[in-house]
Design a protein around this ligand. Structure first.
Ligand code: FES
Length: 288
């Protein structure tokens, strides 16, 4: 797996953990009791309504003032009116299911749901894009077929070569002979197997697909003119390094396998391993 892929996956994991923490904090900050859920205005209105209703109901029960005892009737009325509100204001505790979902909880949950929906979509898309495929296609191990058949297709009757292009691997397969390999940068790595190597077709400057030039016997980028010799060593132009290579192997059936999930970059070759160019260029001089 390449560094950008690892970073993308780590970023997705951190993003998910951050979202989880946000959700937990938002959930725990909800009101702790039924009374706290009422806003100020609602509570004020309730308080002002309760005593007046009480007063009206009690007033209806009062005896009519009589000529004999007007003061007693008035005293009862005053006593009732002055009865503390706390005595008649009963707080009814509701269970969680009876309380239902208040406005704040609703918005908290809606926010968390939309956040996680977006996050999930982003995470799945990132992983699907970055994760190497298990089999078949770019990002996995791709078989180019029998080694000998590839070598036969590469070698030309006039002594030149034509690299074997494998679209599924986005790679050029080139020969690296035993006489060239020991003097190259690739002698110690896993990018050469049975005299063949696989170069990623992507230019290491800005990513254009690099075509083969039969006359110069090298790769020439049409975008800004970077040039690479037949084994992918940097020769000219703004490219910062050699063409990137893939780890390769020959399997038990004699097929050449390109591990396109393993890209190996190498610095500009200090000394070139093969002659270049071997004829006229296909593109103009490089734009420095
Ligand atoms: S993309 Fe190839 S030289 Fe710029």
């Amino acid at each position: 797996m390449t560094a950008p892929q690892i970073l993308t996956i780590l970023g997705s994991i951190l993003f998910v953990l951050g979202g989880l923490a946000t959700f937990v904090i938002a959930y725990r900050r909800g009101p702790s009791s039924w009374e706290e859920q009422l806003d100020k205005d609602a509570r004020k209105a309730d308080r002002s309504r309760i005593p007046s209703a009480f007063t009206r109901s009690k007033a209806a029960e009062l005896p009519e003032p009589t000529v004999e005892s007007p003061a007693a009737s008035v005293a009862v009325a005053v006593a009732v009116a002055e009865e503390p509100v706390e005595k008649i204001h009963r707080v009814v505790e509701l269970s969680a299911s009876e309380q239902g979902v208040n406005r704040r909880q609703f918005f908290n949950r809606a926010l968390a749901a939309s956040f996680f929906g977006t996050l999930g979509t982003f995470g799945v898309a990132s992983l699907a894009f970055s994760w190497p495929k298990v089999s078949g296609g770019f990002g996995s191990d791709v078989s180019a077929g029998p080694v000998q058949a590839i070598k036969d297709a590469i070698a030309q009757p006039d002594g030149t070569i034509t690299p074997f292009y494998l679209p599924a691997a986005k790679a050029w397969i080139v020969p690296v002979s035993d006489s060239v390999l020991p003097n190259s940068q690739f002698a110690e790595d896993l990018t050469v197997a049975d005299g063949l190597s696989a170069l990623w077709q992507k230019c290491v400057h800005l990513g254009c697909a690099v075509p083969w030039c039969q006359s110069s016997q090298g790769f020439e980028c049409p975008c800004h003119g970077s040039k690479y010799n037949q084994i992918g060593e940097y020769e000219d132009g703004p490219a910062p390094r050699n063409l990137d290579r893939f780890v390769v192997e020959v399997d038990s059936k004699g097929e050449f396998i390109i591990k396109t999930g393993s890209v190996i970059p190498t610095e500009r070759a200090p000394a070139k391993s093969v002659k270049y160019p071997q004829g006229v260029f296909c593109t103009a001089a490089a734009a420095e």
